[in-house]
Design a protein around this ligand. Sequence first.
Ligand code: ARG
Length: 576
Amino acid sequence: MNIQALLSEKVSHAMIAVGAPADCEPQVRQSAKAQFGDYQANGMMAVAKKMGMPPRQLAEKVLEQLDLSGIAAKVEIAGPGFINIFLAQEWLSAQIDGVLTAPKLGVAPVAPKTVVIDYSAPNVAKEMHVGHVRSTIIGDAAARTLEFLGHKVIRANHVGDWGTQFGMLIAFLEKQQSEHHEAIALADLEAFYREAKRTYDEDPAFAERARGYVVKLQGGDEYCRKMWKQLVDVTMTQNQLIYDRMNVTLTRDDVMGESLYNDMLPGIVADLKAKGLAVESEGATVVFLDEYKNKEGEPMGVIIRKKDGGYLYTTTDIACAKYRYETLKADRVLYYIDSRQHQHLMQAWTIVRKAGYVPDSIPLEHHMFGMMLGKDGKPFKTRAGGTIKLSDLLDEAVDRATKLVAEKNPDMPADELNALANIVGIGAVKYADLSKSRTTDYIFDWDNMLAFEGNTAPYMQYAYTRVLSVFRKAGIDAEAVSGVTRIVDDREAALAVRLLQFEETITQVARDGMPHVMCAYLYDLAGLFSGFYEHCPILNAEDEATKQSRLRLALLTAKTLKQGLDTLGIETVERM
Ligand code: ARG
């Protein structure tokens, strides 16, 4: 059910009937205030101007043609020519009944597209840290949302699994294995990386061996390949535990690391040269872009192959975009990468477009986000100033949630408490990030995210259990609710309109890749339910028909909250 789309169609139909151009924009929006109705058509002003007519006059003519019988109870003109639409309670009632029995909460099927989503992208031989949190969580919500709508989503985990550091890592793995004769050497990835680096810096023979391994690995040497694969496997096994723990849908099959594109790179460089886009400059191969100027105001040079023959992060991203279009057949590609990499992506994509690797009709979208900051407004670090490991962050979230949940439920058995604390703690970390507009930096604050008030995971999860408790108190199975919906009260109507806006919300999230829009919607929905619950007795309703009708609104609220939270990757429980 998409009220906005339905009304847009009706209003533009009426506009065209009174002489507006066929592509006129009715600009139908959800009204911000109840006094302006449920929806407003704001397009009369712009169209009247084009038609050389006073906007109010256009609005009046449009009203004469506008057929909203059965849908609206009242339509009125306001201000310079806004059209305010008040939906009819009988119509709302019928729509609620329709949505309750429809699959997917009545969300209309879409024309399925193949959407590639680049997210998480940790690096091999390093542990995931707070820098990967936002990409992982927000990217996964986008994947779930697009999948729910019926698109074919390809999750692309662009793992940093290639580069010159692998010579050093292979040489160090070899050293460790010869000294320890066991496979535990990689247990602590951070320490492993640090030690490898230290050995490389201090031991010239080791460094020499490491450099040799880089060349061999690039050349496809079997031994180096095997050692490299061990490094990738250990890292991704460890990361998979974190994904599972965080209820993130990525699996091992989604790994499409930088190495995947390695074989394409020489061909890309040769092709860019043949197309006259790349030139040799001081021994390196460079693409000069007029679109970007350096400090001297000259076209910026983007290196795609170094003097020593090595390729760069940019070269890989050029190949990667090409691959996603050509091989994966993407209709759209979303990249969840922090904003500091924006210029890098823009340069890579400018080259991609100029070379004709991906046509302009296929959007390549950088869904960027800011940094994660501590309460002091500085980059989020451990007390000692180190990077915070993601696994430590999750442990702390669950610890804090355990205390919180135990306080509220002193008699809860330990295993139940554990499960609940996991859902609340992990949910809190995820929701805190998801609920804020992703484009800005974000302040990580334990107390805020674990509060039972405000737009937080605990509040939303609790709100869901409150709706379910209505059914528990009544001793009825939610699915067994019968009767029909019969909206008579303003609070019922307000709740119903919001419930029916689920499709509008999820469509917007899918278009903009902004999950905080879903969070805001669900939070508002929970608030409207509270208002309804307080003022419209459900179990003590004046008659059985009213009780059933209100139970139906409660049921759809529960379903919508659960489904909405699910598209965000936030788990719910029946009680807490
Ligand atoms: N591994 C990179 C990092 O940790 C992120 C990769 C993002 N994806 C891409 N196609 N460049 O910064």
